[in-house]
Design a binder for this molecule. Sequence first.
Ligand code: DGY
Length: 331
Amino acid sequence: MVGVTAAPADVATGSVYVARLLTDDAMASLQSLDRTLVVGPEEPPTREEILRRVPGAAAIICTLTERIDAEVLDAAGPQLRVVANTAVGYDNIDVAAARARGVVVTNTPGVLDRATADLTLGLILAATRRIAEGDRFLRNGTPWTWGPRMMVGLDLSAGATLGIIGLGRIGRAVAQRARAFDMQVLATPTRAELDDDERAAIQIVDLPELLRRSDVVSLHCPLTPQTRHLIDDDALRQMKPTALLVNTARGPVVDTDALVAALAGGEIGGAALDVFEDEPHVDPRLLGFEQVVLTPHLGSAADATRSAMCQMSVGNAVAVLAGRPPLTPVS
Ligand code: DGY
């Protein structure tokens, strides 16, 4: 493994640029490739570092923190064959620019559904049962005694309704968990083939109805031009004044200014956010709300899941470099 810029090369000898250090098992799999490995740091590389290290790459293995656009693709050179994202979301990659250059783009679908759904339920419970607030309360040394009206939250299993926007793999895993809590589940229309149990348990409704009826609205759609700021002033106004908004998808699906105004004005009851509009920056206005729970993009941060994601992105790069079809190309 070398950490230097590879010289421009043809596809047979092109390097593999690994923008960020992956899990140990994935890094070990890369050693089997008879290629120069150009390995970035554990932390996100700067733009300048990407542009300095990518020339000569036949494969780029990146994460959601690297923007792979026409400039990076051109800097890599004409031998580039594959950009393998270590994430299911691929809004960080200019797929059209890659396609125009004959470069395959891959992602990591399927392996992080359960971990992300687990975190979603964790956030829902942390916010509705005031777990994060209670933790802060004790750490602050606030005097307390148990009381019938003390820190009472929402009873999920007493008929609370969950609205899922984006009933794909992750949304379906969230629905399955919510049903175990006896929640009623609504979802916006989906192209997914639901099984009989799902068809019986999940009511498909349009977005306005979902916003109007849900006690918890949870986002599981990809970030696209159509979903950017899907949750804006207008959407927030349609939600119940007690409703919780949960975002484990992508930050820009929610208009942060609108969310802050809705929280301040009591238009919604609270928010639980794992993703942010300008990551890793967290809008400081969000920190002031007791009814907001925040986590640093931990959706897939579980050991077996991260290992599977890294192995999958490496497997995609290895397959394309060997002339085989990619395992999970983006459509
Ligand atoms: C993804 O894979 O898109 C997730 O956001 C990573 O946690």
